[in-house]
Design a protein around this ligand. Structure first.
Ligand SMILES: C[S@@+](CC[C@H](N)C(=O)[O-])C[C@H]1O[C@@H](n2cnc3c(N)ncnc32)[C@H](O)[C@@H]1O
Length: 340
């Protein structure tokens, strides 16, 4: 599978499942907390720009999601455009942003900004997006940002800084960490100079956990115009169509949270969504069966566990649970017609 298609496929699936959760995993529970979290991020972007900021500016948000940050920033800019690799996120952004008139959102390729001419934006920003991309995609974006920014334009962005940490190419949710020194070098190579080096410069080479948890923004200014390397070959790179364990873990965590909040239907829907793309999550099969049983849906639980045991004939726990369930059902209904 092509890397561009993989990013689209994964983020579309997440947006369909629960866009707010995959955008702001701590602040997704309802629209109010989600909107408030957007205001906090927006304020941080404005304070990072500080005195440089002008409300006559045109700004670009890379990986805008449904527009969590675009909305509260709207009063502070002349025009804002958000791009996102996911068409689903962009669809949802239309209703989230319906009353905001100076913001446009559009689906992009996920590897370039070819939708825009050179020197179009005064500022480009991005939050909790670059961290999920394969490193070469981040590199391509830096070159493209240089191209679409006006001379002396600003880039405000968040990226985890720490000991180098990578993930397989096809992993679209793992968080990549960048060494501070490498990042400075990368920025310089792509025509940027860091404007708030004290802000992030760690005393050792590696930032503390706290720095990363705060999701601080870096401020870089375009100081040179570079000629981007059009690396089409890389963009067409194939990757495996494999699910990240972090993705699976997040579905399970979301479902557990639903159960804690008494949202059984949502938990079941989540297990179903997870199993659709990752049928090897045995935990999801068993959890789904458990919730179905708890909700009195014994036949559905039996059907799920039957599917599980067919798919994984050598999974003893699945067989055992199914047998127990069938026995329990026979006891309550007095029938013995069911076969595992
Ligand atoms: C964690 S969400 C954050 C959304 C938004 N920045 C916010 O803070 O509300 C990451 C977003 O980046 C998008 N994304 C992931 N990879 C991308 C890429 N290569 N190009 C553009 N958008 C991307 C996802 O679809 C998703 O909407």
């Amino acid at each position: 599978m092509n890397i561009v298609m993989k990013m689209k496929q994964d983020w579309n699936r997440r947006a369909k499942h629960h866009a707010r959760f995959w955008i702001a995993t701590e602040d997704y529970q309802n629209e109010t907390v989600f909107a408030e979290s957007g205001e906090v991020t927006a304020k941080t972007i404005l304070s990072t720009l500080g005195l440089h900021h002008r409300n006559t500016w045109t700004a670009l948000d890379i990986g805008c999601g449904i527009g969590r940050v675009l909305k509260p920033l709207a009063p502070y800019f002349y025009k804002l455009i958000g791009v996102d690799v996911s068409a689903e996120m962009i669809n949802k952004s239309k209703s989230w942003l319906q009353d905001v008139h100076n913001v446009t959102t559009v689906e992009s390729s996920g590897v370039d900004l070819s939708l825009f001419p050179p020197r179009y934006f005064d500022v480009v920003y991005s939050y909790v997006t670059f961290q999920h991309m394969p490193r070469p995609v981040f590199d391509l974006y830096l070159e493209e940002i240089n191209r679409v920014l006006k001379p002396q334009g600003f880039l405000v962005f968040q990226i985890p800084i720490g000991r180098h940490l990578d993930a397989p190419l096809e992993d679209t949710i793992a968080i990549r960490f960048y060494e501070y020194r490498d990042l400075i070098e990368k920025l310089s190579r792509t025509g940027f100079r860091l404007s708030n080096p004290q802000h992030q410069a760690p005393t050792s080479l590696h930032a503390t956990k706290q720095d990363v948890a705060q999701h601080e923004f870096l401020l870089a200014q375009k100081v040179n115009t570079i000629r981007p390397d059009i690396n089409v070959g890389w963009v067409q790179t194939e990757c495996r169509d494999q699910t990240s364990w972090i993705d699976t873990h997040m579905y399970l965590a979301f479902a557990e949270d639903c159960l804690l909040r008494g949202k059984q239907e949502e938990a079941m829907r989540t297990y179903e969504s997870l199993l659709e793309h990752n049928p090897s999550s045995l935990e999801a099969w068993l959890q789904l069966a458990t919730v179905l049983i708890d909700n009195g849906k014994i036949d559905q639980a039996i059907s799920k566990l039957t599917d599980l045991t067919h798919a994984y004939p050598h999974y003893p726990e699945g067989h055992q649970t199914l047998q127990n369930l069938i026995r329990q059902r026979q006891r309550t209904t007095g029938t013995s017609s069911l076969n595992a």
